[in-house]
Design a protein around this ligand. Structure first.
Ligand code: NDP
Length: 276
């Protein structure tokens, strides 16, 4: 059995458009790790059985995406502290004793992309996060760990933003509000964590959130600037970025959890950007 190749995969539904197989195959080539990585379309209600089958077939680790993050949380027998805070698991690792370790890598991925790839300072900066869904919950702890001056979460459904801020209020200065509640305040860093860009929509916010030096980050990515990136530029943001770097950085953290080797992300980001 030991000559079998280690298998990894991303489980989701739908999963056809996932970039993870491409990213992890490039990581494996670059670091001379012998493994395969595929995209697995699992049926809703059959996640646990699909994972068991995968493990039987020499599966060593998984990424998990919509709609299975909660199932993955339940399946993990041990959770990292950061995944407990985020209430999410996007990475499962099969341990030597057969148990499953659950972790989340989105927050680290975003912070690495901002700080290492784009040289954006977070410490002492004012941050506005738009949205209060699963993706935003996953990034707050990692952002607060960099000691920003403050974080304001603003969401269409105000109550979700208020609750989310409360859940992290022991870690730093963080508040929640509705989209209507922001008036004449500008921020150093604005992060769009809504899914509005997927429909080509903009969250209903005033352009006054941008100052001359503001940096705007859309967690979504696309071949062209997203509507949010374009709107940010039109309203005075100095720098705008999309979430492609975050995607590759969170993948690198998963790869590190599984293999103990940290791949170089910049050539992979460049390759993906050229093929978007
Ligand atoms: P959820 O469905 O959990 O949350 C969606 C959020 O977007 C909610 O806060 C919702 O507000 C808000 N929203 C949706 N449409 C609009 C709109 N038209 N105007 C204002 N607000 C809107 O999604 P996720 O948190 O899982 O994902 C959010 C985004 O993050 C997606 O675009 C996803 O692709 C991206 N992402 C990127 C990653 C990366 O690596 N780059 C990693 C993970 C996610 P309300 O609560 O009022 O419904």
């Amino acid at each position: 059995m030991s000559d079998l190749i280690d298998r990894y995969a991303v489980f989701g539904n739908p999963i056809k458009h996932s970039k993870s197989p491409q990213i992890h195959t490039l990581f494996a080539e670059q670091t001379n790790q012998s493994l395969t990585y595929s995209a697995v379309h699992a049926e809703v209600g059959q996640f646990e059985q699909a994972v068991k089958n995968f493990i039987k077939d020499n599966g060593k680790g998984l990424n998990i995406t919509v709609p299975f993050k909660e199932d993955a949380w339940k399946l993990a027998t041990r959770h990292s502290d950061r995944s407990k805070r985020a209430g999410a698991v996007n990475t499962l690792k099969l341990e030597q004793d057969g148990s499953l370790y659950g972790d989340t890598t989105d927050g680290v991925g975003l912070v690495r992309d901002l700080m290492h790839n784009h040289h954006i300072e977070i410490s002492n900066k004012t941050i506005l996060i738009i949205g209060a869904g699963g993706a935003v919950r996953g990034i707050i702890e990692a952002l607060l760990a960099q000691h920003p001056a403050s974080i304001l979460i603003s969401n269409r459904t105000k109550q979700k933003a208020v609750q989310l801020a409360k859940d992290f209020s022991d870690l730093g200065t963080i508040d929640g509000c509705g989209l209507d509640d922001i008036s004449n305040n500008s921020f150093d860093l604005i992060i769009n964590g809504t899914s509005a860009s997927l429909q080509g929509e903009l969250p209903a916010l005033p352009g006054s959130i941008f100052a001359d030096h503001s940096c705007s980050y859309d967690m979504m990515y696309a071949a062209q600037a997203t509507v949010f990136m374009q709107w940010s530029l039109d309203n005075g943001a100095e720098q705008v970025f999309d979430g492609l770097g975050m995607l590759v950085e969170q993948a690198a953290e998963s790869f590190y959890i599984w293999r103990g080797v940290r791949p170089e992300t910049s050539p992979v980001i460049k390759h993906l950007r050229e093929t978007l």
